[in-house]
Design a protein around this ligand. Sequence first.
Ligand code: ADP
Ligand code: MG
Length: 320
Amino acid sequence: MEFRLIDRIRDRTALTREDVRLGIGDDAAVLAVPAGQQLAVAIDTLVEGVHFPHGTAPRDIGWKALAVNLSDLAAMGAVPAWALLALTVPHGDAAIVDGLAGGFGELARQHAVALVGGDTTRGPFCLSVAVHGFVPPGQAMTRSGARAGDALFVTGSLGSAAGGLQLLQGRVPFDANNEAHRTLRERLDRPTPRVRAGVALRGHASACIDVSDGLLADLGHICAASGVGAALDLDALPLSTALHGVFGGDVARELALTGGDDYELCFTVPPGSVDAMQAALAAVGAHATRIGAMVEGQGVRAIDGAPLAAMRMGWDHFGA
Ligand code: ADP
Ligand code: MG
């Protein structure tokens, strides 16, 4: 179907990998999993108006559709290799497809990910990307390995993507001449999957998850899967200068706790492995901030025992 569109996608994502024995163009791709590796696979769908705002540039959509999937592989500690793209576009619009494939290809090349196939149909705008990565047997990081006493870390900074969304939808209007505003929009539109950090954390982290739905929600998944609680040091939450500057400390911290789309890695580390973990991250140019500890019990609380629910002022608070 839609052969010319498929050719445009293939041209914009072309990348040679020795393990792709047969790529786009046949009824199925043929792929060679390296000996001694397991496959980690994930898929995520992006729907206009739900996962990206109406009016988002096609290039950014293409980038983000791959980024959110690479983030899932990163959380497992897998090295990405191959992707599939199922694309539904309203009018078979070549300019939109060119933009999508361009943004997708830009990020794919950074991680040597080959687009090996997919599907192209007409209908309401929506795209699904599936990714495949490699991980040595038994070394994938999971949500379930955290233990009471483990230290709690997060890569990068939190809340900036939610800040970018606030600039589009909230009471602080986006100003293209404002550098901090542009920085926050960039974090929303072009998230950076922490692929190298994820691989470096293998063997050091006891549990890991990527922050897609907000720290409280995603850390809550680690707590539930591991059967432990988490005590957060709210003063330690890493906030970008841009986020703090535009929204102030209270709203920035709120966004860091509850805002989605950051695609940082949240992970736990046994106390004896913290130094080695920090060194492993530094070796790949990554950095993580200690934001608390895992504790006996369940759910996420503040380190001083303050109930986090009382801190959650809700979206109406922003900009007030
Ligand atoms: P079939 O009808 O046999 O499923 P298609 O005509 O849908 O084949 O696709 C032809 C080839 O193009 C296949 O190799 C398929 O994987 C690839 N392809 C189709 N759409 C896309 C897309 N959006 N991205 C990448 N490859 C695609
Ligand atoms: Mg076929």
